[in-house]
Structures are given as C-alpha cells and as structure tokens.
Design a protein around this ligand. Structure first.
Ligand code: PLP
Length: 457
C-alpha cells in the first residue's frame, strides 16, 4: 500500500476512508454519494482541503476552536509538556502541576462557589461523571431514592450511553437504548412549538413543565435538572427571556441540583466566560469541554460547587469513578495556555465587539431573504430558521431537513461551513473572526441561500 499522506489524490483518500474509517453520525450511503471532504490544514478561521479550496469555518470545527486554528503557542505548550511529563494519572493519591494549575484557574474563572474540577476527556464523559456525582451526592445525604435527572427533548449532552440518555434526541436513544432514570420535558423552542403564545408566555410554560414533572415523579425521586443555556446541536435554540429565571426558581424551590451544560457556551462563545453569566443562571455543576482547549486536545470536565464536592469527598468510601486521561498533563497544559490566550488577547471583549453590532446587523439582515424566518444571535452563536411562510412560521412540505441539507450543500460548494439542524442553519465561528471575515461568511451564506431557494421554488 502507498504511504497515506496529503499528497495522495483526493479520490484515493476518500476510497480508503470509506473502506476503513467509521464516521460518527454518518451513513455509508451518504459517503458513497459524495466522499468525505478531506481537510488538510487550517489557520485562523480558514480550512484548506485536499483540492486546495480555502473554506471559511463557520462552525469552529464542532463549536470548539475558539481561538482559531494553528496557534504556535498551543503547539509549544503541548511539545513542552510532552518533553517534561508526557503522561501521569491522577488516581490513587497522585497529581501533577498541569492538572493542579488548570483546576485552580477554572475555579478562579467559574462563577459563584464552583471551585472544584473533575476532569474528563470530552463533554460526554463529563456528563457521565455528572450522573454519578449527583446520585452519589444524594446517596451520601441519605436520600438514595433521589436518582432521576430531568432533561429536555432536543437537548444534547453527548453520545456515550449516559450523555446520549441525558440528551433528548430520540434518534440517539434508538441507537442502542437509553439508561434508566432520565426523564425529558419540552424544549423552549418558540418558533417551532410556541403556537399563538408570545415567546415570554411560552418560555414560562415550558419552564413550568419542570415543576409539573417534579410533582408527577415526587420531589423525593428527583436528583437534578440538566440543560444547555442555549441548545446548540438542537439548532441554536435561544430560550425566551422568561425561561431560565423560572427554571432557577423551580430548582431552588424544590432543592433540585442544577447542572448547566456549558460545553458549547463556555469560554467566551456568548460574550462572557460562561453562558450561565449571560443568562443569569446559578448552577451547582457546569459541564465543560470544547473551548476549554479550543479543540487542540481532548479535554472536558465538571466544575462542581463547594457543597457537592465536600459531600462527595467527605464519604468514608472513595468516589469510584475516573478516566485514565482525567487531567491528562498535555491536555491540561494546552487548556491552560488556551485560557491564557483568551484572557490576555481579550478574546471575550472581541466577541462582544464583533458580535454587536457588526455581525448582528448583517446576520439579522438575512431575515429579508424570502426563505429566512427567525434569525437568532447570542455572542458568536447564530441560527437562521428556514421557512416557506414567515408569518405562519410554516414548515416545508418536503421531509424536515431537506431544504436545510440542500442549503448546507450549497454552503459546502461555496466554501463555507454552516451546519443545518433540520431546516435551521447554524453558525458558531472561531471567536477570533474579524469583520472582514464576517463579510465573507455573510456573502457566502446569502449566495448559498439564494441558490437553495432557486431549487425550492
Ligand atoms: N454537551 C453539549 C452541550 C455538546 O454540545 C456536546 C457536543 O457537541 C457534548 C456535551 C458532548 O461533547 P463531546 O462530543 O466532547 O463528548
């Protein structure tokens, strides 16, 4: 077999890929129709593929490359750490400086008394940790019956058995099942489900489903509620302003632990360090990953409040949970350097400056397109709802997602990565995107919408 490098012809790489590489969330039929695009290099917000195309990455990879691609400082941090201490674990009474320093830094950045970090290698693993943490907490408190975690339909919390079960995507549950003790309530997606209500009324109504569910199950059975400040993979669903305050009130009233999944919204995405700050939420646990290392290393974790950490830590028995790579020194060193860049380069101020009004004006102007209904943007996280009739908030006659997929394909051809969730187009570019690059993103988005619209009419 030839040595497999970037120099092989694209078709050859695609054939090998299809023959041997099983992709996440992809079918063989899709790969057979059009081979996977082979990405060969990236710098800033720009990707290069094996055909030499320069593609603007409107999704920061998978919502993770917050400081942009190809940062020398991060390469240096990884190389330095590999030379010094390439691996050691944090089990059985050992630790190392990168894990100590990163945990201390996160405790400083996180709001309130979120002062303790349990590391994982991904958001899914961190949410699995959270399931154990909250159940263990109630066990030690003498309330072992409190095991149920309430989550939302169309929420996303990863694709391990635990994360996938917390998520409310039925197609993921269908792929191998769902663990017990997870219940779902409705999502705050006003455009699709709000009917004649105002967004504010609808936000309250959906939040109160939490109270109804707690009462239906019995408060003595409920351990926690989990939600993303903005549902990302669900389609960048920004909840009405009434939603989170009511969720907070209900969690406080019934003493339910609140887990806020910040895997996407953390580390500057919404214009603050955490989405919880943007929405005024006070979590007991925050799930983090992605932007923690800007995707340069696989690392995630749970930032835990004093009370839970002390209760779980104070038991006679160990907390019997952990991953070989919990607090991996190279991942931790890279994450620490990434946080230094975000802080010292003023990346979060940049998000605020570039998002409002520059991107916001241009993004919301897309609402004049005949196929675009709702436009949403918080920080650098945006959605365009496609519809055949804006006033009626109608759905297309075609199978849900057909028009979205077509639009995404047009974006692809126009060298823009914009994702679709059914018929909703979403963006989440690297946080370092410049106004000039925003102009390119918007121009390519408009062109792609126009082309897709011609096919729909
Ligand atoms: N939680 C949220 C909100 C996410 O968006 C994701 C991934 O997109 C995850 C958890 C899972 O993270 P990972 O893919 O790193 O396991």
């Amino acid at each position: 077999m030839n040595k497999i490098t970037n120099h092989l012809p694209t078709a050859e790489l695609q054939a090998l890929d299809a023959a041997h590489h099983m992709h996440p969330f992809t079918s063989d039929a899709a790969l057979a129709k059009r081979g996977a695009r082979v990405i060969t290099a990236a710098k800033g917000v720009w990707l290069t593929d094996s055909e030499g195309n320069r593609i603007i990455d409107g999704m920061a990879g998978l919502w993770c490359v917050n400081v942009g691609y190809g940062r020398e400082e991060l390469a240096e941090a990884a190389a330095r750490q590999i030379r010094e201490l390439s691996y050691y674990n944090t089990f059985f009474m050992t630790t190392h400086v990168p894990a100590i320093a990163l945990a201390a830094k996160l405790a400083q950045l996180a709001p309130g008394d979120l002062n303790h970090v349990f590391f994982a290698s991904s958001g899914s693993e961190a949410n699995d940790t959270n399931i154990r943490l909250v159940r263990r907490y109630w066990d030690i408190k003498g309330q072992p019956e409190k095991r149920v975690i309430i989550a939302r339909r169309n929420g996303y919390h990863g694709s391990t058995m635990g994360g996938g079960s917390l998520g409310g995507m039925t197609y993921i549950h269908a792929a191998g099942g769902k663990i017990d003790g997870i219940e779902h309530i409705g999502q705050p997606h006003w455009w699709a489900e709000g009917g004649d209500m105002t967004p504010e009324e609808f936000g309250l109504m959906r939040a109160r489903e939490l109270e109804e569910k707690i009462l239906e199950l019995g408060v003595e059975k409920v351990a926690a509620f989990i939600g993303e400040p903005i549902q990302g993979a669900g389609g960048v669903i920004v909840p009405p302003s009434t939603y989170w305050p009511e969720i907070q009130r209900i969690c406080d009233k019934y003493g339910i632990l609140l887990i806020v999944d910040e895997v996407i919204t953390g580390f500057g995405r919404t214009g603050n360090w955490f989405g919880s700050q943007t929405f005024g939420i006070k979590p007991h646990i925050m799930t983090i990953a992605k932007g923690l290392s800007s995707g340069y290393q696989p690392i995630g974790g749970s930032i835990v409040c004093d009370e839970i950490a002390h209760v779980v830590g104070s038991a006679d028995d160990d907390f019997n949970h952990g991953y070989t790579y919990s607090g991996h020194p190279v991942a931790a060193a890279v994450a620490l350097e990434n946080l230094r860049i975000i802080e010292e380069d003023g990346v979060i101020d940049h998000v605020r400056d570039v998002a409002h009004p520059y991107l916001a004006e241009r993004w919301h102007a897309l609402a004049d397109h005949p196929m675009v209904g709702e436009t949403k943007l918080v920080g650098l996280m945006g959605a365009l709802q496609l519809t055949p009739n804006k006033e009626k908030r109608a759905k297309f006659a075609a199978k849900p997602g057909t028009v979205g997929l077509r639009t995404r394909e047009r974006c692809f051809r126009n060298n823009l990565v914009m994702r679709h969730v059914y018929d909703r187009m979403i963006i989440s570019p690297p946080l370092v995107i410049t106004p000039e690059e925003i102009d390119v993103l918007i121009a390519r988005a408009r062109l792609s919408l126009d082309e897709a619209y011609k096919q729909v009419r």
